[in-house]
Design a protein around this ligand. Structure first.
Ligand code: AP5
Length: 206
């Protein structure tokens, strides 16, 4: 199954993608994680991306499209994937669409996690303080100033993808303000997978 998760920073894309891939046995393709790994490793891509990410802006389309196209071509992605954080612009979506058509592959679902912006600062600041408590590095963009830019960027450049995928009849929207387990349940219902019952009972309630 090939799924894209859409939503603003802190909507729960990474959290839900982790649960989806566990049940669907496909890779979790998080472009944010890939870029942070590249920054950490000091690769050319990482050097280009570091400051842009810390400011909360988007890395260039061409760069990230090349990364994703390379990744979905790998053997473990042949059965499917859950994309988290890509595409983020209409140009990325069109380039990806063109790539998939070229290899005769179709997306199955695009899921939008809908959240009220008012909760996002709390979620991001909680994640930052939890990382600090664990003695882990805090994400360079998990602060109030960068979040404002991330949200503006989402509204201007990524939100138009909702209509883009609605017009392709791929979009489903889920209330991302519900408890994590409820969002997971709705997600599995949206993709029509019987895995929902198994997962929710195994995870307990939030
Ligand atoms: P990326 O890593 O994708 O960050 P993001 O989109 O800002 O999303 P987050 O990881 O902050 O949030 P999330 O929606 O995954 O929520 P999460 O599950 O973590 O991208 C980072 C940067 O990389 C970008 O700004 C850009 O610079 C660059 N980049 C990446 N992809 C790119 C692309 N395609 N093009 C160009 N640039 C790109 O949850 C957040 C917190 O909330 C957690 O603490 C979680 O426990 C909690 N939480 C989750 N769900 C719930 C819930 N239902 N109730 C209560 N709390 C919840």
């Amino acid at each position: 199954m090939r799924i894209i998760l859409l939503g603003p920073p802190g909507a729960g894309k990474g959290t839900q993608a982790g649960r989806l891939v566990e049940r669907l046995a496909v890779p979790h393709l998080s472009t944010g994680d890939m870029l942070r790994a590249a920054v950490q490793a000091g690769t050319d891509i990482g050097k280009k991306a570091a400051d842009i990410m810390a400011r909360g802006e988007l890395v260039p389309d061409q760069l990230i499209v090349a990364v994703v196209v390379g990744r979905v071509s790998q053997a473990d992605a042949q059965r499917g994937f859950v994309l988290d954080g890509f595409p983020r612009t209409i140009a990325q979506a069109q380039a990806f669409d063109q790539h998939l058509r070229g290899i005769s592959i179709e997306l199955d679902h695009v899921i939008e996690l809908k959240v009220d912006e008012a909760v996002l600062l709390d979620r991001i600041m909680t994640r930052a303080s939890e990382a600090r408590l664990r003695g882990e590095a805090v994400r360079a963009d998990d602060n109030k100033e960068a979040l404002k830019i991330r949200l503006d960027t989402y509204n201007q450049q990524t939100a138009p993808l909702i209509e883009f995928y609605r017009s392709l009849k791929l979009l489903r929207s889920i209330d991302g303000l519900q408890p994590v387990d409820t969002v997971t349940k709705r997600l599995f219902e949206a993709i029509g997978s019987s895995a929902s019952q198994v997962h929710v009972s195994a995870a307990g309630s939030a």
